[in-house]
Structures are given as structure tokens and as C-alpha cells.
Design a protein around this ligand. Structure first.
Ligand code: ZN
Length: 375
């Protein structure tokens, strides 16, 4: 993670760089601010900068052994602590229990939310915490001599997920850490941290990303066009995690529209062979994606009915440009004669998918009923 890859935080980056240049890096930093502002990415870029053997005024060199290990998140003097899930049996987990899932997630993107992380641990509905066993791990790791670099760095992501017992065990080491140790606490809810912890840290506020920077970043990293990027940035409100989700949803809208269009075309032309292919392909998707497609179809059917009913002039219709182009020709086919039956069939398919029905049967049945209803 380079500083230059982090959008919208120039002032903070300048401040961090000058603390290194002036040799006054505090031994405990608290990065705090809203979700998606880049706190974790900054912590990582800063740790890499501090550890680099050949840094410039601007950034870490990117090629020294330290940078190379940082880029794979395997530097022996870089430690991570993050909330984890207690498994049903066995020993109490600590961060190292999940370190490979953690590295894989961070290497995909240094912008993530707690739900991204619990999904990566594959335990989406559990409460993630930093358990008391972690405190002993932190103390043990920091009491080791540093292996390769001047600094041992401990990045604690979401320290508010520690209970008081864990936090109390860490007070002493955060206040008086072993020489050349740097704590970086990355918090989204700093008001939930114990004052005894926060009073031992230097506070650095990481604000939401200005929407111009956010939108430029989307254009650059996702290759989407400027209009779309600024639309997304306006909704995301300075949160890059949210912006990425919105961009992804947009992508799945395109895929859903394509699937919906193919169903309606083949149903209209009574191309049974293609309908069977369509239903087999759709049956092969995961159930969540199938449900998402069926909800999408219900929305398209509803919007096209309204379009047909109100006419294009007085429309109360919410469609993307691609949906609008398709609906322009499609809407006459959704009318009083079939709207209720179509609604019923798509809702029924949704209920059957949800109750673990045979999806090959469900989608073939839906395709054939659509063929009967659409003309
Ligand atoms: Zn370097």
C-alpha cells in the first residue's frame, strides 16, 4: 500500500510523513473516523513507510526487502490484531487463527468493513470480538526482539471490539511499550474505547473522502465513466467501501438485465430449446443470486406495467439507461391481462428458491409459464 494509492487524505499523509522526517513518531497512534475513509489503508502505508530501508520524502521505496515483505503482508515485525469469531469447539481463537483469511482479504483491497471481514471468515452472523487471549498474544509478540526492521508495528483494527478485561491488560504495554514499538489503533467507534486507552494515544482524525477525490479514484481503479463515478460518489458520502459496493451492484444490475432480456425474448419467440438452456443456466447460480435476480425481475415487470399504463410522458418509472432502452420495446407486453399472473409466478419462484426447492424445476417451470403469459 503506497500513500499515492489512498484517495483524499493528503493532509493526513503530509502530517504522517513529516512526523517521520522530524523523528517524532508517537509510539501509539489512534486513527479514527468514519467507515470507508481509508484508515486501515493509511495505517498500512504508514507502517510500510516507517519500516522501509530506503524511503524518500514522498513514500516507501517499494523494492527493499522490507517493502517486498510488506506488500505480501508477511513482514515478521508487522503484526495485526482484529476481531475474530469464537468457534463452537476447540481453543479460543486469536487473530493468528484467521491470519490467512485476513491476508487474502487485505491483499484484495485495503478498504473493507466489518461485514466484509466476517464474510471472509465465513461466519457472517456471529459477533466478532477481540478476545482476552489476544492481550497475552500482543504482549508476547512485542516482547520478542524485532527480527528485521527498526520498528515492531502492531496494527489493531477496531480496538473497540475489545472488552474491558482485554483492554485493561494492554494499558501498561500501550503506555510503556518496549523500545521501537509502534501501535496503530484503527477505530470506527472511538467513543466506545476506554478513556484509559485513548488517553495514551496520539489522535489522528481521518475524515470522509471528499467526493471529487472519491469519484476520480473510481474512474482510475474501476475504469468506469466519469458520470457514473460521480453519481456513485454522491451517494457513497465519502465512504470508499460503500462506493465499491454500489459499483458492484451496478454491475450485477447489468447481468440481471441481460438474463431478464434473454428470458423475455426466448419466451416471446417460443424458442423452447433456448428456454431450457436459460433455465439450466439460471438454476446453476447460487440461491442468493437467484433470489436477487427474481426480485430484479419483479421490479422490471412492475416498472414496465406502469410504463404501459401511464405512457412514457407521465412516467413514474425508475430505470437505468440500459433498462430504459430495453423497456422502450418491451413495455407493451406487460398489461392488465398478464401482470397479476406474472407477479404471482415470479413471487412463487422466489418462495420456492428460498425454501430450497429443486431449482432446475423452478426455473424451467417459470420459463414455460412466462412463455404462455407473455403473448
Ligand atoms: Zn522500501
Amino acid at each position: 500500500m503506497n500513500f499515492s494509492q489512498i484517495p483524499g487524505q493528503k493532509a493526513v499523509i503530509d502530517r504522517l510523513r513529516s512526523s517521520v522526517a522530524e523523528n517524532r513518531v508517537s509510539h501509539a497512534l489512534l486513527f479514527y473516523g468514519p467507515e470507508g475513509s481509508g484508515k486501515f489503508a493509511l495505517a498500512l502505508a504508514f507502517a510500510r513507510y516507517v519500516s522501509c530501508e530506503n524511503r524518500t520524502a514522498e513514500d516507501a521505496c517499494g523494492v527493499c526487502p522490507s517493502c517486498v515483505k510488506y506488500d505480501k503482508l508477511i513482514h515478521p515485525d508487522l503484526h495485526f490484531v482484529f476481531p475474530v469469531i469464537k468457534k463452537k469447539s476447540g481453543t479460543e481463537p486469536v487473530s493468528d487463527t484467521f491470519i490467512s483469511q485476513w491476508r487474502a482479504m487485505v491483499l484484495r483491497s485495503a478498504w473493507f468493513s466489518l461485514s466484509t471481514w466476517t464474510e471472509a471468515m465465513e461466519v457472517a452472523n456471529e459477533q466478532a470480538l477481540i478476545p482476552v487471549a489476544e492481550a497475552a498474544e500482543i504482549i508476547r509478540k512485542l516482547s520478542l526482539k524485532s527480527f528485521e526492521s527498526d520498528f515492531k508495528i502492531m496494527i489493531i483494527w477496531l480496538p473497540e471490539k475489545m472488552n474491558a478485561e482485554t483492554a485493561n491488560k494492554l494499558l501498561k504495554i500501550i503506555e510503556e511499550p518496549p523500545a521501537r514499538t509502534l501501535f496503530i489503533l484503527v477505530s470506527e467507534e472511538d467513543d466506545k474505547l476506554l478513556p484509559t486507552i485513548t488517553s495514551r494515544c496520539q489522535h489522528i482524525r481521518i475524515p470522509a473522502i471528499p467526493s471529487g477525490d472519491l469519484s476520480a479514484h473510481l474512474v482510475q481503479t474501476l475504469g468506469i465513466d466519469r458520470d457514473k463515478a460521480s453519481g456513485i460518489a454522491a451517494i457513497a458520502n465519502g465512504n470508499l467501501v460503500r462506493a465499491m459496493e454500489l459499483a458492484r451492484d451496478d454491475e450485477s444490475t447489468t447481468i440481471h438485465l441481460d438474463r431478464f432480456t434473454r428470458l423475455m425474448r426466448t419466451a416471446y419467440t417460443r424458442d423452447i430449446h433456448s428456454l431450457v438452456t436459460w433455465s439450466e443456466e439460471t438454476a446453476g447460480l447460487g440461491r442468493e443470486r437467484q433470489k436477487s435476480f427474481l426480485s430484479y425481475s419483479l421490479r422490471m415487470i412492475r416498472e414496465n406495467f406502469i410504463l404501459n399504463f401511464n405512457g412514457r410522458e407521465n412516467r413514474l418509472v425508475y430505470l437505468t439507461r440500459a433498462e430504459d432502452e430495453f423497456s422502450d420495446r418491451f413495455h407493451p407486453f406487460i398489461n392488465d391481462r398478464n401482470i397479476n399472473a406474472l407477479n404471482r409466478e415470479f413471487n412463487l419462484a422466489y418462495a420456492h428458491v428460498e425454501s430450497n426447492g429443486n431449482t432446475k424445476m423452478i426455473f424451467l417451470d417459470l420459463a414455460l409459464k412466462t412463455m404462455r403469459l407473455i403473448r
